[in-house]
Write a protein that binds this ligand. Structure first.
Ligand SMILES: Nc1ncnc2c1ncn2[C@@H]1O[C@H](COP(=O)(O)OP(=O)(O)O)[C@@H](O)[C@H]1O
Ligand SMILES: [Mg+2]
Length: 300
């Protein structure tokens, strides 16, 4: 918990419908339970604790965003959830079963474009389905349905290099969802896109999430993206990584740009800014004695 008192007012005062939504979410079964998770890396006899004591529950169909300073262990955390890396302590339960390795119950989308360049869009989506033993006809049909879902039916025979960045990520989402994961794990998936495409992708993702029975765990460094997408926002701190706050997003759904001037949004944004950019306190006499400017042009 943060030492500083939260400036986030009780959302019940701001938006009663949000309180009702969270009451409903809490009644859903827990999908992912993270219990006292610890990760240490050891090199040449010394160990570095990435994070320690991460404990949280995520309910079915929640949309969780994870934010925190660079290096606090966000990617490591979700790689462990995905089964791509191992924890050094604690455990993760998915639907009550311990996670011990990768599985098709978890889908991944990364920032970098990870499509197979030598396969067409449709073949990229079919790949996982065929790997799981579906015959070509079924895999093709299902791939087409997922491409329709992300609005890319028209480019099913194109190759990845023929697509824009946003389209590539939509194929990556279709490919991940085609395996019918219980949870979709996304590591800064829109960070490389231009601002306008990023906004479009956020709206697409919300539309898809509404239609598909999937829970989303989404890393971002963009506070506005977290405020727009998430039910709850997990704020991680650094040295060692830990849960600083797990914030219930007070902004009502459906969300739209005009809500960005509402008190619920502004109070959330302020709280996130406080947690991510705590005030820097430097003692005057510890400042280096370097003067690069003339007296009179000091900045505040
Ligand atoms: N394979 C590894 N070996 C050693 N240290 C690692 C390894 N992977 C990540 N780390 C360290 O773990 C910390 C967290 O990294 P990461 O999870 O990538 O952070 P974030 O995604 O929050 O920026 C960093 O200090 C990083 O150097
Ligand atoms: Mg990362």
């Amino acid at each position: 918990m943060s030492a500083k008192e939260s400036t986030l007012p009780d959302y019940r005062d701001l938006a009663p419908e949000v309180a009702t939504r969270f009451d409903r979410i809490r009644q859903r079964p827990v999908l992912l339970s993270v219990q006292n998770l610890e990760k240490k890396f050891g090199t040449n006899g010394s160990t570095h604790t990435v994070f320690d004591g991460i404990t949280l529950d995520i309910h079915r169909r929640e949309f969780i965003c994870v934010i925190g300073p660079s290096g606090c262990g966000k990617s490591t955390f979700i790689r462990i959830v995905a089964g791509l890396d191992e924890a050094t302590g604690g455990q993760i339960l998915l639907d009550g079963k311990a996670v011990t390795g990768p599985g098709h119950d978890r889908g991944m989308v990364f920032q970098g474009y990870t499509l197979f360049p030598w396969l067409t869009v449709k073949r990229n989506v079919m790949f996982g389905l065929e790997m799981r033993g579906k015959d070509k006809f079924t895999a093709e049909n299902e791939a087409r349905q997922w491409l329709d879902m992300v609005g890319l039916s028209k480019v099913e025979d194109s190759y990845p290099h023929e697509l824009s960045g946003g389209m590539k990520q939509r194929v990556a989402i279709a490919r991940a969802l085609a395996n019918e994961p219980r949870i979709l794990i996304m590591d800064e998936p829109f960070a490389a896109l231009d601002a306008q495409t990023r906004c479009q992708m956020q709206s697409y993702l919300l539309q898809i999430w509404k239609k598909v029975d999937v829970t989303i765990l989404f890393i971002t460094h963009d506070l506005e993206e977290a405020a727009y997408l998430a039910d709850r926002i997990l704020v991680l701190g650094t040295n060692p990584g830990r849960v600083v706050e797990f914030i219930e997003n007070p902004v009502p759904r459906p969300r739209s740009p005009d809500q960005f001037v509402e008190p619920a949004y502004l109070s959330l944004k302020l709280r996130l800014e406080e947690l991510i950019h705590p005030p820097v306190e430097v003692e005057e006499d510890k400042l280096p004695m370097i003067k690069l400017t003339n007296a009179g042009d000091d900045v505040e």
